[in-house]
Design a protein around this ligand. Structure first.
Ligand SMILES: [Zn+2]
Ligand SMILES: [Zn+2]
Length: 255
């Protein structure tokens, strides 16, 4: 029997699931969609560079300086709706936030099956002609909330890993400007896949990510894994420390 693996982090999926990505990667997707709206005010603060006092003796400029930072405008500004394949955009910083989110919402809406009944009561399933409708509005928080609501559906699609990758790249671009994201905490247990001590989580996000191999775990999966491996590791560490001490003690004994 072939083992199905998470299309994003390659961890084995539980048998019988229809999902193409693991629960940890679904949690990652939800965490990105929850963080994007929180990054917006930070980006907006950076949009207008603070006008410092005029410097004496400075050489004249051929053009007056732009009143906004173009790299930030590239992220916040309008742009083309982006289909699933990320076409190289004309924006220096890649596709802006809102068009990327709207592009994915459109992709979800058009692949989502819609059932309607004809006058004979026969059910017909159609796809392809729907535009996403968000009652909240058409801004970034609205599309994030809309996509969050469809996360269980997205998790079953063969393009779920593509969506996660594009949204994580977008968040990485934003964090590079805003200097951050939630505080990072390293976790004690080693990664269950690569055994490296590289598991870390971000404050308020329900996902633990291996920074060495990309494996994602939910909090519940991590708690179960840590309970299984940490007692033995702690025992081993204590033995190593005690052995080290007794060796140091022996060295102090005169010959
Ligand atoms: Zn995964
Ligand atoms: Zn790992």
């Amino acid at each position: 029997m072939t083992t199905h693996r998470c299309a994003a982090c390659m961890r084995a999926l539980v048998a019988g699931t229809d999902d193409t990505i693991c629960p940890g990667c679904v949690a990652r997707l939800c965490a990105v969609l929850a963080e994007l709206p929180r990054q917006l005010p930070l980006l907006e603060e950076l949009l207008y560079p603070s006008g410092g006092p005029a410097q004496r003796g400075s050489v004249g400029r051929a053009h007056s300086p732009l009143p906004v930072r173009l790299d930030i405008l590239d992220l916040l500004g309008p742009g083309h709706v982006v289909p699933r394949q990320d076409v190289p955009g004309d924006q220096a910083e890649g596709v802006p936030i809102a068009p990327l989110l709207h592009g994915w919402a459109r992709y979800v809406a058009q692949s989502y099956p819609r059932v309607h009944h004809d006058q004979h009561g026969t059910a017909h399933v159609t796809r392809g002609d729907a535009e996403p409708v968000s009652r909240r509005g058409t801004d970034v928080p609205s599309w994030c909330a809309w996509l969050l609501a469809y996360a269980p559906y997205v998790a079953m699609q063969d393009w779920a890993a593509d969506m996660l990758e594009q949204l994580e790249q977008l968040l990485a671009r934003i964090r590079a400007k805003t200097d951050g994201g939630p505080a990072r905490t390293t976790r004690d247990a080693p990664c269950p896949v690569c055994t490296g001590f590289a598991l870390a989580s971000r404050d308020g996000q329900p996902v633990i990510l291996c920074e060495a191999c990309g494996t994602s775990l939910t909090e519940a999966e991590y708690a179960q894994h840590a309970a299984a491996v940490l007692p033995a590791l702690t025992h081993l560490a204590v033995r190593l420390v005690l052995a080290d001490r007794s060796e140091a003690g022996e060295r102090r004994v005169p010959a």
